[in-house]
Design a protein around this ligand. Structure first.
Ligand code: Q9C
Ligand code: ZN
Length: 656
């Protein structure tokens, strides 16, 4: 379906005409640096390029007052002194004669992107714009922002496309108070922002940036603020915020469109943010958002002032929008105490308004000592930024290795139907210990699976699907695990659904993490051997994925993921697709799905497309997790939290 890149060179025109240390970071080179890097990486060439148009005054009027639009229009003819005087009436604003034109292009770019996505011309996209938008208000410019590009896009999506639910994710490091003010009583727009806050001591110094600002009137619960009270937040903190706060609410909200206020001043090296998240983190954030709204994600540039970090982070975002798997996250995946406190206080503030948080908030998990204290801000170590990508992209993104390829299986042209099989003797040698693999069909299926797995371990294929007769599922999975571990995988995550037992003589050496979703009881036999009941759909399934599977997986940091749908797995296609789409964030997307041979071609097809980077179908309004499901989750969390730190949803905030 494709990815749009919306841009216009004219947006490099606006620049600082006088000395102002506050405004000088918002420079034209921000756009050229990002675009040059996209070109260098061959990413621009893969996008549908759209030349930004100017937003009309009527469109600006969707969120701004006519008087304010006139005021900005009139700056076109002002001289330098007058521009400087007018700029002084606003906070962190420096007008230029080209500001009106640029700001109309920036707003227009957002509109074009939304139109392209909502008419189905593309699946998603990024608008590279200046000036940014999220601080701008109905009648005020603020924080380098003149017109509120994302707010205008959201209002337009409602008005012109008739949307009812839009999620706005503001991952810029500053609070987009402009967006908050414009929609604080509007339940059709769920606004999420994390931001450097430092208990109110960071710009824009607003009380209403804190977690207890949750919207008003009809919009109660539709403003979600996550204030960071320390600098130095990193990959683990950002991913934890998504898994434990944003995504539960987002799934419950069930948006029709996701708009991203994509500021990259929240990335490592940025002088404003002083955070530590690496560029790859934005690939993960993007991928996590792509499971919503049928993958309709429109990102619009906001801040980002470290040119190297900005360019790299933009590439990560675009690459992920294009469907490439996210590179593995570097660094320890342990959220810091301050981040956990912030997440917990935001969850507590939102709990009255969201069912997905209520049951879980009844018994807040105990504070576990040992989370690291965030270090101060680090300057960007060049080692983190210089490496383009550790592993060369595999030539095949997804391969399907089915024994009896179904002619009704419709696959995208770039998904390969694998012909090859492992050598006969080799396959037999691997099969020998297992009686269930003696049959010819099982052997043939195993040969195909081994061939596929080798392709993945050699780096030729990124992900794949294989099938096996139901009677041989457990044995085939056992061979796949051993083969993976002996042929290059350092840490292997196995997510097994249905009647599949952990291979009894699999070593307990910490190199494999076995997670079985089935049966009646939740049990952690060791930190590497976890069972949880198959939750009731859909709410229970979501909280199992967000609250257990992904936190375990992100903590473990596997380099190979096996997901097996065994006998009695009970998953509907869209649930299996969601699980596969989210597991794709691990191991650089090196995910092998193992199905039963008599699975429907629909199931094989949807999994192949999702592993290949397509968005999973949206789940629709989700039911709430049952009390039993929540109990199982809380129990396992209590057992496993000390070892797998991404499971922590928060820490007790000391009572004041
Ligand atoms: N050192 C955007 O990122 N100056 N705007 C703050 C604190 C204003 C940021 C000074 C920063 C505005 C879109
Ligand atoms: Zn910012």
């Amino acid at each position: 379906m494709g990815t749009a890149l919306v841009y216009h060179e004219d947006m490099t025109a606006t620049r600082l005409l006088w000395d102002d240390p506050e405004c000088e970071i918002e420079r034209p080179e921000r756009l050229t640096a990002a675009l040059d890097r996209l070109r260098q990486r061959g990413l621009e060439q893969r996008c549908l390029l759209l030349s930004a148009r100017e937003a009309s005054e009527e469109e600006l009027g969707l969120v701004h007052s006519p008087e304010y639009v006139s005021l900005v229009r009139e700056t076109q003819v002002l001289g330098k002194e007058e521009l400087q005087a007018l700029s002084g009436q606003f906070d962190a604003i420096c007008f230029h004669p080209s500001t009106f034109h640029c700001a109309r292009l920036a707003a227009g770019a957002g509109l074009q992107l939304v139109d392209a996505v909502l008419t189905g011309a593309v699946q998603n996209g990024l608008a590279l714009v200046r000036p940014p938008g999220h601080h701008s208000q109905r009648a005020a410019a603020n924080g380098f922002c003149v017109f509120n590009n994302v707010a205008i896009a959201a209002a337009h999506a409602k008005q012109k496309h008739g949307l009812h639910r839009i999620l706005v994710v503001d991952w810029d490091v500053h609070h987009g108070q402009g967006i908050q003010y414009l929609f604080e009583d509007d339940p059709s727009i769920l606004y999420f922002s994390w931001h450097r806050y430092e208990h109110g001591r960071f710009w824009p110094f607003l009380r209403e940036s804190d977690a207890d600002a949750v919207g008003r009137g009809q919009g109660l619960g539709f403003t979600v603020n996550l204030p960071w009270n320390q600098v130095g937040m990193g990959n683990a903190d950002y991913v934890a915020a998504f898994l434990h706060l944003l995504l539960p609410l987002a799934f419950e909200f069930d948006p029709e469109l996701v708009l991203v206020s994509a500021g990259f001043d929240s990335a490592i090296g940025d002088p404003e943010g002083q955070m530590q998240a690496t560029p790859e983190c934005f690939a993960h954030l993007t991928q996590l958002l792509q499971v919503l709204a049928g993958g309709r994600v429109c990102a619009v540039l906001e801040g980002g002032y470290h040119l190297e970090s900005l360019a790299e982070s933009v590439c990560m975002t675009v690459q992920t929008l294009l469907g490439d798997p996210a590179p593995p996250l570097s660094g320890s995946m342990v959220p810091c105490q301050s981040a956990l406190e912030s997440i917990q206080s935001a969850r507590a503030a939102q709990a009255p308004h969201w069912k997905s948080l209520q049951l879980q908030e009844e018994r807040p998990p105990p504070l576990l000592p040992g989370g690291p204290v965030c270090k101060g801000a680090a300057s960007a170590p060049s080692s983190l930024l210089d490496q383009p990508c550790l592993c060369p992209a595999p030539s095949v993104r997804t391969a399907v290795a089915l024994t009896a390829p179904d002619i009704t299986l419709v696959l995208p042209p770039d998904v390969i139907q694998q012909e090859g099989s492992a050598l006969r003797e080799e396959t037999e040698a691997w099969a020998r210990p297992h009686e269930s693999l003696a049959r010819e069909e099982a052997l043939a299926a195993l040969g195909k699976l081994l061939y596929l797995l080798d392709g993945m371990l050699d780096g030729q294929v990124n992900s794949g699907i294989a099938a096996t007769p139901a009677s041989a599922a457990a044995a085939t999975l056992d061979v796949a695990i051993r083969r993976g571990l002996s042929h290059g995988a350092q840490r292997l995550l196995c997510v097994a659904l249905g009647q599949l037992d952990r291979p009894p003589d699999l070593a307990h050496d910490g190199r494999s993490l076995w997670l079985n979703i089935r049966g009646k009881e939740a049990a952690a036999l060791s930190m590497f051997h976890v069972s949880t009941p198959l939750p009731a759909m859909t709410g229970g399934f979501l909280s199992c994925i967000l609250g257990l599977v992904l936190p375990l997986a992100y903590s473990f940091q596997p380099d190979l993921v096996l997901v097996a749908l065994g006998p009695g797995h009970g998953l509907q296609g869209r649930h299996a697709a969601l699980l596969a789409a989210m597991l794709r964030g691990l191991a650089g997307g090196r995910v092998l799905a193992l199905l039963e041979e008599d699975s429907t071609p629909q199931l094989a097809g949807i999994l192949a497309r999702v592993l290949n980077g397509e968005a999973p179908p949206s789940l629709g309004a989700s039911s709430v997790a049952s009390p039993e499901d929540v109990r199982a989750l809380m129990y396992l969390r209590g057992q496993l939290e000390p070892q797998w730190k991404m499971l922590q949803v928060g820490a007790f905030t000391p009572q004041k």
